[in-house]
Ligand binder design. Sequence first.
Ligand code: BGC
Length: 399
Amino acid sequence: MRNKGALILLALIATFILAACGGAPAAQPTTAPAADATTAPAADATTAPAVDATTAPAAEGELAVGIVLPTKDEPRWIQDETRFKDALTEAGYQVEILFSEKDSAKEKANVESLLTKGIKVLIICPQDGAAAAASADAARAAGVKVISYDRLILGTDAVDYYVTFDSFAVGAQQAQYLVDKATGTGNPLYLYAGAASDNNAFVFFGGAWSVLQPKIADGTFVIKNSSEAVALQDKAELTREEQAKIIGQVTTNWDFNTAKTLAEANLTSAAAADKGNVFILAPNDGTARSIADTFASDSDVTSYLVTGQDAEKASVQYIIDGKQAMTVFKDVRTLVTDAIAASVALLEGTTPNATGSYNNGKIDVPAIQSSVISVDKDNVKAALIDSGYYPASDFTNLP
Ligand code: BGC
């Protein structure tokens, strides 16, 4: 086990050295950034934070890396926990993973506890991107490197690196799925979004809007549940403030119950003529299942197509059963591998490989971004089972 761990660690370091020497695959093309996120075509060495050569590499067995994730209530983050544990403990590094229970105060306490334990690198997925700046600042003050994981920490220069999926593509793929399935004009469209405290919610929505808006403008879709979106439907690109107005009206707050209550309220105020064969932009799998169940129980809804993301097991089963149309598969193993490679680089006192940067309102944070895959009933087996991501035995009636 020990040898295997050392080998994995060596492999990670070797991967990083290869990348640093230019042997890494070409930077992934980045899609159009959302209003608040900038992507640069290549890593700009001048935007990379200075590496603190005095950061002592942690000895094997020391608690080198602390990880803070937002909640255990969503299977998405349990996936990340599992994949992190698999990768890091095997590599011989002690790691502690704490959950914030969707509470920024708890998150701050988690960070402080990890700092007390002497971590050298903090990997954090913020509950609230702006509120987490204080935690990043505290880590920086303690000489600890900060990796923003999946969600960007906003408004501070104390973020050393950002590991992310192509979140703009997530929204664009969700929207493209609906567009590809729609025929004729006047198709009822219901919009839902993530939590306004999560920068990703804006990036997802921006990606979706970029694909949906032309199809709203040409009459293919008619928005049924957001007067703010209707008021802005002629604008191809929305400012952050405009996005915030729509998100404020259709937010699920990344919460199943909020999603259900909102969908119920939307259906109650919609006339039968606003239902029929409906198209639903749902931001992620958890909210998609709540929204799907709600629409399924409305007798005026003849059929519905609902999007999602995360490829959560329950949603994979929903897709197989025809209750959710699609999900966007974000291979958490890639994100974890990227985060660990960056941690190793920072522990070694070098600069992690970056393929671009995201502006967090204060600095351009060097970033690595991985691609995402649109999954529906047609490719669910190939993408998620044959690929080895999930065992077939976790599902029934696989196509
Ligand atoms: C993540 C999604 C997740 C959502 C709710 C987003 O920041 O990117 O994968 O479903 O948060 O937790």
